[in-house]
Structure formats: structure tokens, C-alpha cells
Write a protein of this length. Sequence first.
Length: 289
Amino acid sequence: MKISRNHELIDINRMPIQTNIADQCCFKHDNLPFEYFCIDHDVLSCKECLAESHRSCQKVMSVDIACKGAKQSQSFIDATELVDHVLETTHTIGKDEQDFIENIVKEANSVKTAVRIVKEEAIRHIEALEKSLLHDLDLKKDKIIQKSKTTIKETEDIKKSTKDKQDIFDLVNKHGSEKQAFIAVHAYKQDLTDLEKRVTGITEKSTRFTINLNPQKLQESIHSIGSIELSEVPSAVKFVQKKKCQSQMPIVQAQSMPQFVYKQDLDTKNVEIYGMTINDNNEVILVDT
Ligand SMILES: [Zn+2]
Ligand SMILES: [Zn+2]
């Protein structure tokens, strides 16, 4: 086999799948090749199309003639540039989405931490409420007990005074005269009335407490400890259609300058710096050779 010097050999695996591009046929008329180009409509046309749609067109040429110099034509350059532009943008979108996923995972994790902190705060708050509730319980319990202790003391006092009277009446009853009994009854009449009043006073005022918890229904009063909010802004990646940006400046992805951290002084007095760049780790590199 003779290989012409002007032909380039390429790896068969790198050939586009649809190699026989000449087989591109009319979309409307299957299997009919594009043989014509209508300049009026700026479209390819097969035999059938020509008859159907371009009969009155002024500028119809054979594809073989129209194709002359196609590789240098503006439309071919435009088409290849558009392909590059779309591929570049899809690459940027892919990377941007991947970065976005990583970022959203990070954000979700910090929200989880924040939720845990809110929960811990709520628990600390409930613990403080518990402490105050138990303090109130102790105060109320002590007050009730104190009241009962006062009653016991007062009752003891009445009992002691009554006992004294009982001793006197016993003595008079066993060993005293009728006169002594008469005098005792009348002499202690007021004392006995007072003792009776004091005892009545105690029994009349006496009440009984019970202590219970009136629980706050937490499920009803605490509905939530927060809510998850999303905020949405347009993505930074923009695809500007080639036609719209043709006469404009080339698109450069906006890049924010990295933040630099001072690490050390560099003595550049006797060194000539030829170049300066920033690597992917955001480190400044000075080139001296
Ligand atoms: Zn056709
Ligand atoms: Zn036409």
C-alpha cells in the first residue's frame, strides 16, 4: 500500500464514530444526499427539497462548488469555535457543580453541628427550669412542714397546761375537800376556757396539703427548635452565546484573588526575579533563573 506523504495516519480508535460524514443525508428525505446549497435560505438541500422548497430561489449551487475553501470559511471557524466554547463551558459547569456538591455537604454538616448546639442549649435551659422547679418544691414543702411543726409546738404547750390542771383536779378529787373542789373549778374556769379556745382554734384552722406536679405539656409548647432555610442565587457559570459575544471581550472566568498569609521574609537584593506566579496551592512562586 502506498501512503501519500501528504496524508496523516491516525489511530483508528481516535476516529470519530460517525466517520463517513458524507453519508449525512436529508432529514426529510431519507437516504437522499445533500447535493445542493441554497444561499437564499442558507440551507443544504437534497434533490427532493430542491424541487419542493427552492424552486423559485435565485441562488442555488451544487455542494461541490459551494464547499470550495470551506475549512477557511468564517462559518467553519465559527462552528469549531462554538464546539470548543460549549465543551469548555460544560467542563466548567461540571467542575462548578462538583465544587457546589462538596460545599453543600460541608454546609449541611455545619448545620448539623448548629442543630446539636441548639439542642444542647435547649437541654441546658430545661435543666435550669428543673432546678428552679425543685427549688420551688423545697420552699413549698418546707413552708407546709413548718406550719405543722408550729401546730405541734402549740399543741404540746396546750397539752402541758391541761396536764397541770388535770394533776390539780386529780389531787383535789382524791385528797381535797368539797370546798377545795369548788374553788378549783371556779379559779381555773378562765384558764380552761382559754385552753379550749386554743384547741378549737387549731382544729378549725387545720388544713391538709397535697403536693403535685402540674406538668407543662412540652410537646404543645415547644413546636420546633429551628427550621432549615435555603437561599438561592444564580450560578456564577454563565454561557454567553458565541454570536452575542463575538464582538466583545473574550470571557474570562471571574477569579477572586487568593488570601495570602505571611510566612517569611525573602531577601531579593542580590537576586534577579524573572517571573512570578501562583500555584494551585495558592503559594507565590518567584523565579530567579
Ligand atoms: Zn430533502
Ligand atoms: Zn431556497
